[in-house]
Ligand binder design. Sequence first.
Ligand code: 3H9
Length: 706
Amino acid sequence: MSELVAYHVQDGVAVISINNPPVNALGPGVPEGISNAITKLHADHSAQAAVLIGSGKTFIAGADIKQLALVASGAQTKLQSLSPLLRAIEDASKPVVCAIHGTALGGGLEIAMSCHYRVAVKKARLGQPEVKIGIIPGAEGTQRLPRLIGIAAAAELCATGRMISAPEAVKLGVLDAIVGDDLLNEAIRFAKNCAGSKEPHPKTRELSKKLIIDERTQEGLQQLRQGLTKKARGMQAPARAIEAVALTSHLPFEEGSQAESQLFQACLKSSEAKGLMHAFFSERAVSKIPDLPKDVTATPIESAAIIGAGTMGGGITMSYLNAGIPVVLKEVDQEALNRGLATIRKNYAASVKRGKFTEEQVEHRLSLLTPSLNYEDIKEADIVVEAVFENLELKKNIFAEIDGFAKEGAILASNTSTLDIDQIASATRRPESVIGNHFFSPANIMKLLEIVRGSKTSPQVIASSMALAKRLRKVGVLVGNCFGFVGNRMFNPYTNEAQFLLEEGASVAQVDKALYEFGWAMGPLAVLDLAGNDVGWRIHQEVKHTLPSDRRQPVMTDYLYHEKRWGQKTGKGWYRYEAGQRLGLSDESFEKVIRSEARKAGIEQRTITDEEILERTLYALINEGARILEEGFSIRSSDIDIIYIYGYGFPAYRGGPMHYADQVGIKKVYKRICELEQQQGPWWKPAPLLRQLTESGSTFAAFDHQ
Ligand code: 3H9
């Protein structure tokens, strides 16, 4: 028997346990091991039934995504089919009971559905999450699940990838029973009962209930498709998952499974699968910090103090409260404090209205909040987070104050989005405790947390911030201390280029539409209006004296500021906004001003294609990303991808800007940037790393693994 799958008989029942840590993925050897165990079961007179169970913390979390990624990238040509194994389990002469704890996902659920019965502990979760990595269930999941729970419910689960709890799974009909936490013994008892039954043991593939698309189902599928056009914009897999599930209404199991297999193969070869699988592994790679000593431990964070109750401070406070961490929220005066508290309450009330939280949950969260006007009150906090206006002197003053009150060992974090952490740390007597925790707005919603290490930040403070990010349900990415860190440093050339394209003849709507259709959550000009053009102007005032004189600057910056075209907050910016509306409308008169200002600046007007818009904005992003990488401000190119997916709305199915560059081809990107340097000017100088990768025929992915 393979070491990955063990077989022993306990109390007259064969226990087949899978032991492939950490998540019992169906890597090479696991399907074979289960198959051998089923063969053994046939001949084993000491066993009247079998229990299939996962060792460690979970049942099977699905096919091995590393292997899928090899096939998706073309590095491996064939993927072993699971169908023969599923048939072998289902046709076993003795009942097979699947015992689930942790998660049964993807191929794991498909194996579970080929067993005659399924039981699980209450905390188990089940699902077909394949669409989240750009594929559909490929081992009969789209054909078996509808046979258990009907077309409408199966389509929803396969198209959204939503995981369900064990109680929901019982209700839907995926599970036969929830059992106590002594899973193995409970499952053995269940299996013995089944073995004693005279009834034939159910085979999912032979079930045919609820396989008709009646009017109600039709409506449900229609609604599902509509929802996906918004939530899964630009993606193929969800629609293909629905298509595969719907086949059960008119194709017998065998034919349906073959059709599913073809759809699965098509998805597996898509750039969407490559992008999403890259994002899956990149998200998990961010926690690996090469120079962090192995023995460093994170300080547990049991209480926090937030300085500043503005938009960011309020959102950060909610993130902590949502994670069950008590917060002292400090402001300078009662009015500002009241305003901040009112916004927090308003946001929570909206969450209750949307059904995200119950009244009780909100009450509990608010009971963890202590408003304050005194630094005295931050004394007990394990972490103090400064979230005030983006001004270096102000932040330094505040850190000097914090230093006087915070307890020894407390983490002192700044939510600065651009400023120098070392300068901020220099205002304290303990720079080793100071770190950047850059949240993204709205901070209670956005998943990214840029964690900025200063030159003196201690390994323990870094490890603690990384652990804290997980607790706050954020993706924490460690970055270096350069102006704008990773995200905003790259965003600047990206949005500049968007503005240059306007100045050369594109319209506001054209630029945004091209990038929205590429898959970004919003176009760059709409983002500037959301963030506030006054904020951009202020940052520009701080840095303009440091910029090289030959660096092209957008011509509209001062105009936007002085005309109060600050964006959504003043009802006009790049777009105009109707009262209470967030959707920007084209503003013809303003477009004329752009044309005239551009002409005044001597900029020639011409027709701009969508292709040029995409190249110039995206390549500007990639070029800066390459520079950040070679300067060591990001550990991996894939960390940059995660920052852009979770912080800036870059489409996950394109894998992030650096993965996108690999997909386009580094050589092509480099060549075009060289041309742009000639046509546009020195700010397009290619990053040396791009040249180096081009010359060695390498990629960002390969650079990460050096
Ligand atoms: C599929 O099944 C297709 C089929 O229809 C048919 C095919 C023929 N493979 O997330 P964590 C690794 S498609 C390989 O930090 P958690 C992960 O990279 C698959 N590796 O833990 C990490 O490695 P490392 C459908 C995997 O407790 C480690 O395990 N299934 C896989 O927060 C821990 O992961 C899915 O899409 C995998 N399938 O969450 C499920 N899964 O330590 C994807 C995990 O080296 N997985 N790893 O960085 C998940 O959603 C979460 O990992 C899970 C655990 C909820 C299971």
